[in-house]
Design a protein around this ligand. Structure first.
Ligand code: DX5
Ligand code: ZN
Length: 221
């Protein structure tokens, strides 16, 4: 099993996005998590295609795009063209989830589906085998800096169990309130991709990234 930290750009200093991405990349982050919010699926509005496109020129880091957008299928093609490598959509935001997942795969991107805290993992029973990643939201989406919701760990455990039973290689990502203080517990529950916004960009992003990378080495041995 591999473990990766995906620093969330939402918590970065927006006056110098390119150098912030470079900083975490050089410290060992292979992914950057990019939160696209539409002000409809979630209350807030963040950034979209033009920002992704500019950043794409700054780094070869994996673009892990988390679309908090109603009916995201409308934008999948544009998000890919803006440089995405992984596109994650919310099950709750798609009337036709199967169609959107196929749209993502047709672009050549890896496909992820996100679940809000109150959405059970069983909604993915039929489509799990088609997915590269499942994102278990560990806060209600929309804002950085919120507190981790403990019961979501049970969802991580249940999903890891199902993934194992089916012999799949699905990545399990967690997002929201993840820090160096709780990452072991979440990892031991079965997650392997860890989004961290304020925990990385709050103070000294390079040092914080290295802490995650070093901790993961213990488990990869
Ligand atoms: C929240 C976003 C997260 C956010 C995480 O809706 O999806 O990616 O940036 O921020 P932290 O790690 O500060 O909770
Ligand atoms: Zn996110």
């Amino acid at each position: 099993m591999y473990y990766k930290v995906a620093p969330s750009l939402l918590a970065a200093d927006f006056t110098r996005l390119g150098s912030q991405v470079q900083e975490v990349r050089e410290a060992g982050a292979e992914y950057i998590h990019l939160d696209v919010m539409d002000g409809a699926f979630v209350p807030s509005i963040s950034f979209g295609m033009p920002v992704l496109k500019s950043l794409r020129k700054a780094s070869d880091i994996v673009f892990d795009v988390h679309m908090m957008v109603e009916e995201p299928g409308r934008y999948v093609e544009d998000i890919k063209k803006s440089g995405a490598d992984i596109i994650t959509v919310h099950a709750e935001a798609c009337t036709h989830l199967d169609r959107v997942v196929n749209q993502i795969k047709e672009t050549g991107c890896r496909a992820g589906v996100a679940l809000n805290p109150a959405t059970p993992v069983s909604v993915l029973d039929c489509i799990l085998d088609q997915l590269d990643m499942v994102l278990i939201m560990t806060v209600n989406p929309g804002f950085g800096g919120q507190k981790f919701i403990p019961y979501t760990l049970n969802k991580v455990r249940a999903l890891r169990q199902t993934v194992k039973e089916r012999g799949l290689k699905t990545d399990i990502q967690v997002d929201g309130g993840v820090s160096i203080a709780n990452v072991r517990e979440i990892l031991e529950a079965g997650a392997n991709i860890f989004v961290a916004g304020s925990a990385v960009f709050g103070t000294d992003p390079a040092a914080r990234t290295r802490e995650f990378v070093e901790l993961f080495k213990e488990y990869e041995k």
